[in-house]
Design a protein around this ligand. Structure first.
Ligand SMILES: *[C@@H]1O[C@H](CO)[C@@H](O)[C@H](O)[C@H]1NC(C)=O
Ligand SMILES: *[C@@H]1O[C@H](CO)[C@@H](O)[C@H](O)[C@H]1NC(C)=O
Length: 311
């Protein structure tokens, strides 16, 4: 009985699934494997260079308890931390960000794609409600989540998690401790639109904002999986943790399902081998030189300069 319902759930998932163009699953990521990445050795699933002056383990940790337990494809999640040393390249913002390391960047920066990720906060080391956090953003900020009091906003705090497109708020939800929020950005890079899918826990994703016009663009290595926090005068730095799970980029039909905790144990091994398969194609080290630089600069509403690549 149990096995059959688990199989049914898996078949449903496969029936609805698109193609995974890049997997940012943390299932096989370790602090040590990330530390192997450099501009001259672009290995693994992520570029890892936007963080403070400490060691990787000061800012990232991976554990089964950090994954969304209702997502059986994610056996390990990431704890992404901001600490008193989280100043990258002398900037005034605190930043801990991973960037996709795709073997073929064109596969993740053109056409229509779904950028999937799940996030959660706890009461312990909760992100400050008094500061603006930019989460899962692109270099040009055409789509991103924000949490905490908006930069320059009045009041002392804001507990909403807001979805922004082209710097305008489109949707929000209160971010309570211990609740996993699952998202997919529906990005049409050709048509210039972005929409939002959302659910909590193990519920199926639903479209919560139909695609709106946006200056959608990417070079395939400028999606910041992590958090950037703007400073606020008079608010001191405390350690803040944000948890990430279920990161992948999909083309074709969107996968809306998570396998659910009841069938998770039975499904996970099968699901892992079938849905994560695309992930394992190791990223070939790029022959292009350093930083090709990505990007350069992006200036959202503030005068702050967000440089992706160190020169
Ligand atoms: C980083 O780790 C090394 C080796 O464990 C240690 O010697 C060093 O003090 C650490 N640096 C920081 C900034 O914590
Ligand atoms: C936040 O979402 C609620 C609906 O859930 C909406 O009424 C409100 O206007 C939104 N806030 C902003 C600033 O858009």
């Amino acid at each position: 009985m149990f096995k059959q319902s688990a199989l049914a759930a898996l078949l449903l998932r496969l029936a609805a699934a698109g193609t995974t163009e890049w997997s940012g699953s943390f299932n096989d990521v370790t602090v040590s494997s990330l530390e192997d990445w450099s501009w001259s050795n672009q290995v693994g699933e992520y570029q890892w260079y936007i963080y403070g002056t400490g060691n990787t383990s000061d800012y990232l940790a991976f554990d089964a308890s950090y994954a969304n337990p209702d997502d059986s494809s994610s056996t390990v999640g990431a704890k992404v931390s901001l600490t008193s040393t989280s100043y990258w390249e002398g900037q005034t913002m605190r930043r801990t960000e991973l960037i996709p390391q795709a073997s073929d960047t064109s596969a993740i920066d053109s056409g229509t794609l779904y950028y999937h990720f799940s996030i959660m906060r706890e009461d312990t080391n909760a992100p400050s409600v008094a500061r603006e956090h930019q989460i899962a953003f692109f270099e040009s900020h055409f789509t991103e989540l924000q949490y905490g009091l908006a930069d320059g906003g009045s009041g002392s705090g804001d507990t909403t998690l807001r979805w922004m497109a082209n710097s305008a708020e489109q949707w929000n939800v209160t971010m309570e401790a211990g609740i996993w929020h699952n998202f997919a950005y529906e990005i049409d890079f050709s048509g210039g639109t972005v929409g939002l899918w959302h659910s909590t826990g193990g519920d199926d994703l639903t479209s919560v904002v139909s695609p709106v016009s946006a200056s959608a663009s990417s070079n395939g290595e400028d999606w910041h999986v992590g958090v950037l926090e703007l400073p606020v005068t008079g608010v001191s730095d405390t350690t803040e943790d944000l948890y990430f799970s279920g990161v992948y980029i999909e083309s074709g039909d969107i996968t809306t399902t998570f396998s659910g905790s009841s069938s998770a144990a039975a499904v996970s091994s099968v699901a892992a081998s079938s849905t994560v398969a695309a992930a394992t194609s190791a990223a070939a080290p790029q022959t292009t030189a350093l930083v090709s630089a990505t990007s350069s600069v992006c200036k959202p509403r503030t005068t702050t300069v967000y440089v992706t690549a160190s020169a």
